[in-house]
Design a protein around this ligand. Structure first.
Ligand code: NAD
Length: 497
């Protein structure tokens, strides 16, 4: 039976107010179906009655499916409310925040197919003997989220986990927990029983608790390399199944035969949209041969993007998440200049409307003639900064990308199918776009990072989609023998056959 999560968490840290929920002063924990005020330096009890967990695991798959169907409807109805919370706390534009909710809701819609997704396999192996598989929930699972997709990433995690019959303790990013709380409220309204989805806040202390608590069987993590490697090590050392989806440096290869206007528009959108704070942002462009002549036109497009508060209707990109993030991005831009790159568009200290003058804004920035040894190439910048490299051939581009430790996403822009096919088969990256800049697959597939962008057993580590369920379930294989004819049961069966 699933163990209950019924223990104490030490030193939960305070987080900012969640205005969209009209909860004043503190962000509550969402525990056992209730919102509870956080006390920063004290033990806070979390109760999860055993009956709820046991009931959930034993609930019929159809009742779980029904709840997910209702949840996706509620998310659809409350999209604007969730998106507003995202824009207020994370900074991305309202349109982009709605996309954040949409991409998450699609995972719920996929999880509604749990009746098909959980089907096992069956084979009649000989007369009267059958072998079949059962996929069972693990028990208590945990999810640890980054700041950049406050709705989509929690929704990558909890719908599939609970659809499979697990319970989940979700820790949103301490920088923007509001969307996750609204989702928890909607899950409760949809009929998710108390104790099945729990939200806890904080940072390292809370993470340590989740890595150490013996009741937790599996952890999904999405975030930076530093935190992810730590959580992977600590969680697996405690015998847990851990998938850690980490940082990225995604390259877009531009062939001279590509459709120029389409390519440049896509490059500008995917490098600077969401202020570059996407793990699939196309933050590195590799111009092959004469394609480098298009750089001035790319600069023109980037210069036209409007930098403003995310709720402003004309905003193309909003601020960075913190002042610290802004400073880090500005320093990486400067390091590029110092190491010999050409700063052909400098977005530092951009002009923004007066009311946003204290915000963490950096405008679109382009560093050209970047070389692989430079810091601005080696580091994931996670800001609206596009670094541009030039190579002579497609083979050079493939070699460059394959030498990069990360393997989250990449794209090629070309009108030549043969080059595109060669690229997709030669490249060591998990998610590849052909004339598609941000090739995040829909959740009936799976998010499939590669190389240093993921830690964990790749055969089961998948965030969403059918393969995502493998992470949240344990397979049993049952072999049965029901003899139809009368047999002699008086002799011992000593031979294996
Ligand atoms: P982060 O690692 O700072 O935070 C992620 C989570 O880890 C948070 O919940 C935070 O509380 C916790 N955390 C932070 N530092 C910790 C530490 N030292 N020890 C233990 N826990 C810690 O990441 P972020 O800045 O919120 O998100 C941006 C990063 O996430 C980028 O690197 C981006 O590429 C990555 N990301 C990856 C994917 C993917 O699918 N591979 C998707 C989205 C974001």
């Amino acid at each position: 039976a699933i163990r209950t999560f019924s223990t104490s968490i030490r030193s939960l840290q305070p987080v900012s107010p969640v205005n969209s929920l009209n909860i004043k002063r503190t962000t509550p924990l969402f525990i056992n179906g209730d919102f509870v005020e956080s006390k920063t330096d004290k033990w806070i009890p979390l109760y999860n009655p055993a009956t709820n967990d046991l009931t959930w695991r034993k609930s019929s798959i159809l009742s779980r499916q029904r709840i997910l169907l209702d949840l996706q409807l509620l998310i659809r109805e409350h999209t604007d409310k969730i998106a507003k919370a995202i824009t207020e706390e994370q900074g991305k534009t309202f349109a982009d925040a709605k996309g954040d909710v949409l991409r998450g809701r699609q995972v719920v819609e996929t999880a509604c197919g749990i009746t098909n997704l959980l089907m096992g396999e069956q084979l009649t192996v000989s007369t009267d003997m059958d072998t079949y598989t059962i996929r069972e929930p693990l028990g208590v699972t945990a999810g640890i989220c980054p700041f950049n997709f406050p709705a989509m990433i929690p929704l990558w995690m909890f719908p599939l986990s609970i659809a499979a019959g697990n319970t989940m303790i979700l820790k949103p990013s301490e920088r923007d927990p509001g969307a996750a709380l609204i989702l928890a409220q909607l899950a409760k309204e949809a009929g998710v029983p108390n104790g099945v989805l729990n939200i806890v806040h904080g940072s390292i202390d809370t993470v340590n608790f989740l890595c150490d608590d013996e009741h937790i069987k599996a952890i999904s993590f999405v975030g930076s390399d530093r935190a992810g490697k730590y959580i992977y090590k600590r969680g697996t050392a405690n015998g847990k199944r851990v998938q850690a989806n980490l940082g990225a440096k995604n390259h877009g290869v531009v062939m001279p035969d590509a459709n120029k206007n389409y390519t440049l528009n896509q490059l500008a959108g995917s490098a600077f949209g969401a202020a570059g704070q996407r793990c699939m942002a196309l933050s590195t462009v590799v111009f092959v041969g004469k394609a480098k002549e298009w750089i001035p036109e790319l600069v023109d497009r980037a210069r036209k993007l409007r930098i403003s508060g995310g709720m402003e209707p004309d905003a193309d990109l909003g601020p960075l998440i913190t002042g610290q993030a802004k400073e880090r991005v500005e320093n990486l831009i400067q390091s590029g200049v110092d190491q010999g790159a050409k700063l052909i568009l400098d977005g530092r200290n951009p002009t923004v409307p007066e009311k946003y003058k204290n915000g963490n804004f950096v405008g679109p920035t382009i560093l050209a003639d970047v070389k692989p040894h430079m810091e601005c190439y080696k580091e994931e910048i996670f800001g609206p900064v596009l670094v541009a490299l030039n190579v002579d051939t497609l083979d050079d581009a493939v070699e460059l990308i394959n030498n990069n430790p990360y393997g989250n996403g990449t794209a090629i822009f070309t009108s030549n199918g043969s080059n595109a096919r060669y690229f997709t088969t030669s490249i060591e990256v998990g998610q590849i776009g052909v004339n598609v800049p941000i090739p995040v697959p829909l959740p009936m597939f799976s998010f499939t990072g590669n190389k240093a962008s993921i830690q964990g057993d790749i055969s089961i580590c998948k965030l969403d989609g059918k393969s995502g369920l493998q992470f949240y379930t344990q397979t049993k294989t049952v072999t049965t023998l029901w003899r139809h004819e009368d047999v002699d049961h008086t002799k011992s069966a000593v031979t294996m056959n």
